[in-house]
Design a protein. Structure first.
Length: 160
């Protein structure tokens, strides 16, 4: 549960760093910095949550981000050698613009990275707020002098 997400992060981050030099027309430094920053922030957020006794589950948006990252990495690798691929079917050829697919998937990866980081922060703060509300001491009403036990019970005041 702990090492699998870490392995995914290391794989994607190292691939993006390598692709920045391998295919710089698709993967620029600011894109790598944005994705790496998101990965570090979410990892730190999970660690802080764990220290507070909270478990921040993997979110659907984060899973979509990971899927798009895999598509983006594969498309960028293919684009380096084959920017356009001809798909042959029966009697016609269909050109497939791999470069366009790579660029769209990279941009979608960045958008999903930012959106999922925001989603994790909102989830984290919501859980922190709920945990703090549950930890507040109950407010007890202080009865006025000379108030009978029966009257206090009707008012909902717990008796010691």
């Amino acid at each position: 549960m702990l090492l699998d997400p870490l392995a995914d992060k290391l794989l994607i981050v190292s691939a993006l760093i390598a692709l920045m030099q391998f295919n710089p027309k698709c993967v620029t430094a600011w894109i790598v910095i944005a994705v790496v920053a998101r990965e570090l922030l979410v990892t730190e957020l999970r660690m802080v949550g764990a220290a507070e006794g909270l478990t921040i589950q993997a979110r659907d948006l984060g899973k979509w981000k990971m899927a798009v990252q895999i598509v983006a990495v594969i498309a960028v690798i293919l684009d380096h050698r084959w920017p356009v691929v001809l798909l042959h079917a029966n009697r016609f050829s269909l050109p497939l613009n791999v470069e366009l697919i790579a660029k769209i998937s990279i941009w979608l990866m960045v958008v999903l990275s930012v959106a999922s980081a925001i989603d994790y922060f909102v989830t984290f703060w919501t859980q922190i707020d709920r945990a703090r509300q549950g930890a507040r001491p109950a407010i007890r009403k202080v009865p006025a002098r000379g108030t009978s036990d029966t009257k206090l019970r009707r008012q909902g005041v717990p008796l010691r």
